[in-house]
Write a new protein. Structure first.
Length: 183
């Protein structure tokens, strides 16, 4: 059996991710505060075992993000929580390997070895109040997520074959938000 070099996909992958933090914590009767700064280095590289010309070189991304956890205790039954956290996540193997996947000839997928890891900023806010005498509970929650270098698919249509070709790229400005309440 002789593999076809243009279709062979044998990689050895390395990924390194750390979260280095320095912070401050204060606990009192009224509130708890945990705040600081995170340095998040991320490294990835891939070695193509069958064809070293297709190696994906080592790349480093350094993200810097604050982190905050704050809890305000207004009474025994009322509190406000605010949390912020940043997180890094690597692209999948299918997203970075530059070998076309022809398993479905009408939907060809090609990876992008130049993808950077996604860095996600998360903010959560929650207010809650419980009235024991009235047996009433109120909760209000908000959530916002913003991605730097979000990995998105880019699909083009080939009018000659009727098929699609999909590859991946990094994009900024990807976000979502939710607001929920409970009474």
């Amino acid at each position: 059996f002789e593999p076809n070099d243009s279709l062979t996909n044998i990689f050895r992958n390395e990924y390194f991710n750390q979260d280095i933090r320095i912070g401050y914590k204060k606990v009192s009767k009224a509130y708890t505060l945990d705040a600081g700064l995170s340095l998040v280095p991320t490294m990835q590289k891939s070695h193509n075992i069958s064809n070293p010309d297709k190696d994906i070189p080592e790349s480093w991304v350094w993200n810097l993000a604050p982190f905050v956890r704050y809890r305000l205790k207004m009474s025994k039954s009322r509190s406000l929580n605010v949390n912020y956290m940043g997180r890094s996540s690597q692209p999948t193997m299918a997203q970075i390997q530059p070998v076309p996947d022809y398993s479905d000839p009408l939907n060809i997928v090609i990876g992008n070895p130049n993808l950077k890891p996604t860095f996600t900023h998360n903010v959560n806010v929650r207010f809650q109040d419980f009235n024991m005498e009235a047996q009433r509970s109120i909760m209000l929650m908000g959530f916002v997520r913003y991605n730097q270098n979000s990995i998105v698919s880019n699909t083009t249509f080939d009018p000659e074959t009727g098929g699609r070709i999909t590859n991946y790229t990094n994009a900024n400005g990807v976000w979502n938000a939710r607001l929920m309440n409970m009474i």
